[in-house]
Design a protein around this ligand. Sequence first.
Ligand code: AMP
Ligand code: MN
Ligand code: MN
Ligand code: MN
Length: 282
Amino acid sequence: MQAVDLHAHSRISDGLLTPRELVRHACAQGVRVLALTDHDDVAGIAEAREEAALWGIHLVSGVEISVTWRGRTVHIVGLRIDEADPTLNAGLAQLRASRLARARRIAEELDRIGIHGSLEAAAAVSGQVISRSHFARFLVERGYAADVRSVFRHYLVRGKPGYVEHTWASLEDAVGWIHGAGGLAVIAHPGRYDLTPVEVHELFTEFRDLGGEGIEVVSGSQRPVEQERFARLVREFGFFASRGSDYHGPGHNEVDMGRLPALPEGLPPIWQDWPEVLPAAA
Ligand code: AMP
Ligand code: MN
Ligand code: MN
Ligand code: MN
């Protein structure tokens, strides 16, 4: 029951492994259907697909799009997208450019509290997607925190040094780009957002009205107790359920690939009609 993993990152965004290494790791962990979902970039998919073919596993082309919804950051995963779609790529290119502008502002904020050189350090370890994870690794290296997870308790989050407000894509644009590229849209780790139950309801309603298909019910970056809550909402709204580790690399996740629980009983999996997922593999 652990063969499908529809959320993972490579070095193209803020993961630690190359797309090739990620696919090999997934394969070794027993994953047979893997989605590569880098933040705001699809540049790793071709390499991942090539490697997956060598190992006889299936690579789902994916992306995790950064969205601003009512002033809050929400992540929308696109699955089975045509990664060459021009409109999708233009949108993602814009998001990546805005990441660079944000990174400059993050570095200025860190400069203010006497932490210098962060932009150069973050840029040196990132590709075309520069993220808070790259700043977090720099802060760990400099000894400001013991590990990446604890950095995010004291830095780079709202109210702490190194946080800057930023506006990402709209929910409508993100869902539109994914659909335009022939893909399915999924709300990533819904338990991670700082939303009230009413706001979650409103987000799900808006997402459904835009034609969004799925919700990540089982996520490596969401507490397991959230699963039942989101399973109920998936039933109520008539969404499909998704599952993904949100793997970023060795030591960066509580749950390794291939170690996620199955979807709760009776939920329609987003891969229900995918010919590449054999019933036994789900
Ligand atoms: P960004 O999209 O640049 O704002 O960076 C967000 C990324 O930072 C997420 O995708 C995670 O990989 C990482 N991140 C955010 N919050 C945390 C946290 N509390 N612990 C570990 N990683 C985090
Ligand atoms: Mn990330
Ligand atoms: Mn995310
Ligand atoms: Mn992710």
